[in-house]
Design a protein around this ligand. Sequence first.
Ligand SMILES: Nc1ncnc2c1ncn2[C@@H]1O[C@@H]2COP(=O)(O)O[C@H]2[C@H]1O
Length: 836
Amino acid sequence: METVASIDNQITASGAKSSVLPCNLGQNCSCRYAACTELYLPVRCRKEGCKDSTRRCALCWKALQKNRGYESQNCGYQYWSSELICRRLIQSAPSRKRKFINMPTNQGEHSLTTTTLELGERSKTSPDLKKRQKSQHRLSVFQVLQAQSLRTNGKDKGRRSSSICKTPSITITRQDRSVTSLGDTNSLENVDPLQHLRDFHERRPSVMQRRASVVQREESTFLTRLRKSISIDIQDPGYGRHRGPVFEKFRQIAQGIRLLIRWFRIIIEISDEKTTRTATEEQWYTLYTSQEARKLAFNKSMFARERAFARVPFWAIKIFECTPEERSEADCRRIHALLRGLKSFDKFTERIQLYMCRSFRYQCVEPGRVILRKGHVGFNFYFIYSGSVFVNIQDINIEGKKFEKTETILARGDSFGELALLQDIRRTASITCRERCEMLVVDKETFAKVCPSIFDEELKHKEQFLSGLPLFSATYWTREMLKLLCTEAHIQEYKTNKIVSTDSDDEEWMYICMEGKCQVISRIALDEKNENTLHHERRASTPELSDDIMDIIKNVNKSRDKQEGAVGSAGEGGGQGKERLLESMSLEYRRDGRRRKIMNNPEKEEETKRKDIKMTLHGPLSLTSLMTQDKENEEGRDYMYLNIATVHPEKVFDLYSILYPGCRPSNSAVILVSLGARLLRIKKKIFFDVITSDALAHARIIAKKDRYPTDEQILSSYEEKYNWEIYKHRLLNDVLGEHLEGPRFTKLTNAQKTVIKDHHRRTSKLLSVLQNNTHREKYRYEKEVAELKQLHDKNDKKELKSSADAIILQSLSKYKAQTSKIQHNFVIGRKATSVN
Ligand SMILES: Nc1ncnc2c1ncn2[C@@H]1O[C@@H]2COP(=O)(O)O[C@H]2[C@H]1O
C-alpha cells in the first residue's frame, strides 16, 4: 500500500533509503530525494552548470531545502495536502483497492481515506445495488469515489468511514476538529483552494510570514496545477474517467464495435430500402417466417430435400478459413472430393477444380439478404452448396413501368455471377437468398485465371449447336450475331413431367431442345362458343345403347369393379357417355370431372403472375399440379389439355407464335412439358434485336412449316374423334343386338355352331379394329361391318341366341378394357389433324 506517510518515513528516517528510489523526472537531475511523483514545487538541479529544473512534492522539496541548510518550519502541509488529496483522489481512482493516505503534518497526522470501489465491492455494503445489472457494474466501475478524511490522532486511528456517497467528496478534518470540505468532485471546480490556503495562513500568521516568499512564488503555479488537474480529471465526473489503460482500451474497442454495429444497421436499412421484393419473394418469406404458415404449407419433398442436403462440414469450414497458402495439397483434395458431384463444379477440368479449391471462400447467408444487386460491379463468382436463391430481374409491365420479378430459382449445384466477370459488365440480375444458403466464392482474380476458358467453351458449344440448326443457318446468321445471342442464353435441364413454359405467348424466352424431348400441350378453354359447338354436336349424336346392352355393360362393370375394388364411373346411362368421351380428351375430366368457372381476359395478366409465382416458389410445376391449380383457380371454366406435338432435339418450341405474336386466342395456351430434356433458352428480346430482315423472313418460312394446329383444327379433330366414338358405339349396339336376338348356342347344329364361331371371330376382329382407333381403318372396315350385318340378317336369329351371352360378355369386357386404355393414350396429333 502506497502511502504518503511511508514515503515521508523513507525520507525522514533514512536518507539512504530514499536515494534508492529513482528520479524519473529530468534526465540531468541527480536528486537523491526524488522519491515521489507528486510535483508541486520547482527545484533547481544542484549540479553545477545544469539549468534543468524540476518540481518536487512538498516532502521532497522540504528535504531538499533541509539539505541546503534551509530551515523550513511549517511548510504549509495543510495547504499542500489539500492539493495532495485532490491529486491522490485522481490518481487513486483507477485503483481497485482502498487507499489510505495518511497525511502527516506538523499539526498531527491527517488521515485521508480515499476509497475507490468497484460497484461489485460496493454492493456488499449496499444490498440494493446488487439489483443493478452486471453490465452496469462494469461500466460504472470507479463511479463511486469516496474520500473522507478522518482525524486519526492516536486513539481513533483505526476508525474509518465507510459511508458511501455517489459523488466523491473531499473533506479535511484537522486536528483542531475544524473541517474543510472541498465539496464533491462535481463542485470541486468552484472551490478556490487559494482561499483555503489564505484561510489557513491567516489563522497562522507565522507561517505566512516565513513562507511568504515561497507562497507568493508558488501560489500561481499551484493554482494552475490544481485547476488543470481539476479540469482534466474532475471537472467531468463521467463514468470511467479515471480508468487504467486496459479499461481505456476496452472502452475504445467497445465504442468501435458500437460504431460498427450502427454502421451495419444503417447499411442494412439502406439495403432494405433499396430492395423491392418480388411477389414470389413476398409469398416465400411470408411462408418462411411464419411458423404457422410453414406448418400448414408443409411440403414433404422440400422437407426431405432439406434433410437430404448436407451442410458444409465443419472440417471443410476450417479449411476455408485458412488462406490459400496455408491450405495443403491434402486439404485441397478433401475439398475437391466434397464438391465433386455439384453440377456446375463438374463442368470444370480436375486441374481447374483443384486450383479453385485452393482459393474458395466460404459464405453463409441468411434468408432475405441480397447477395448481388443488379447494376453493381462484380467481384465474385458463386457456387451454391446448399440452400437456394432467387434470381430477380427487371421487367416492364403493360403501363411501361419497371418492376422486379423473380426469373428463376437457383439451388444446390448451380452457380451464378459469371456474366459480370466474363464480359466486364455490371451485374445483370439481383440475387437474394431464399433459404439459408451456403456458398463457395471464387474471387475475380482466380476466376479470371481459370474459369473463362470453361465459359468460353460453353459459349462455343452453344454457338456450334445453334449454327447447326436450319433456323440459324450461316446464310442469315453471322458468327457475331450468334455470339450475341448465346452470351445471355442458358442451358437448363428439366426432369420428366415438369412444365417448362405455361404459355408460349407470355414467355420471354424461346426454348430450343438440345437433348431429350418435350411435349407440347394445348390448353383450350371450353368457353361458350367452343362448348356450344361441341355440345350441339354431342347432343345430336349422343350414342344410345339399347337397354339390354346397357344392362350387360353394367354387369361387366360391376364384376370388374369388384375385382379392382374401385367404384365404377362409366356406363351409368346414355348421358354419361358424353362426359366419358370428353374425359378421353381432357385429362381433367378423367381425374374428377369437376367443372370450373370462366376466366375473364383482363385477369389473364394476374393469372400469369400467379403461375409465375407458383412456378418460382416451388420450382417447375408438374402438368398434373397445373391442372389442379387451374381447377382451383378458374371457376366455371373447363379446359381440355391436348398433346398436340413433341419437341425433338434441334426443334424450337412454338416458333410460329414467337414470330407471329397474338396468333392464338387469348383463352388458349400452349404449354411446354419436359419429358426429360436439356433446353437452350434464348431471350426473345435479344433474338429480335439481333435478327436481320432476311433472317426473319427465313425464320418465318420455317415457322410456317412447323406450325402447331390451331384451336379450330384441334376442336374439329376433337369432334372427329368424338363422332368416331359414337360411330363405334352405334356399331357395337347393332352387332351385339343381333347377337342378343340369336338362339341359344348349345342347341345348335354343328353347321350353325360353325356359323356362330365365324360370327364370333369376325365380331372380335371388328371390335379390335374399333379399339384400334385409327381413322383410316375405320373407313376400311366399314365394308366389313356391313357384311357382318348382312350375315346376321341371313342367319336364323333364334339359332344364334344361345351363344350371345357368353360372346357378348367376353367381347364387352375386352372392349371395356381397351377403351379405358385408349382414354389414357389418346392423342390427337398433327398428323391426325392433317387427315382432315
Ligand atoms: N435468367 C437467368 N437465369 C439464371 N441465372 C441468371 C439469369 N439472369 C442472370 N442470372 C445470373 O445472375 C447473375 C447476376 O450477376 P451476373 O450478371 O454477374 O451473372 C448473372 C447470372 O449468373
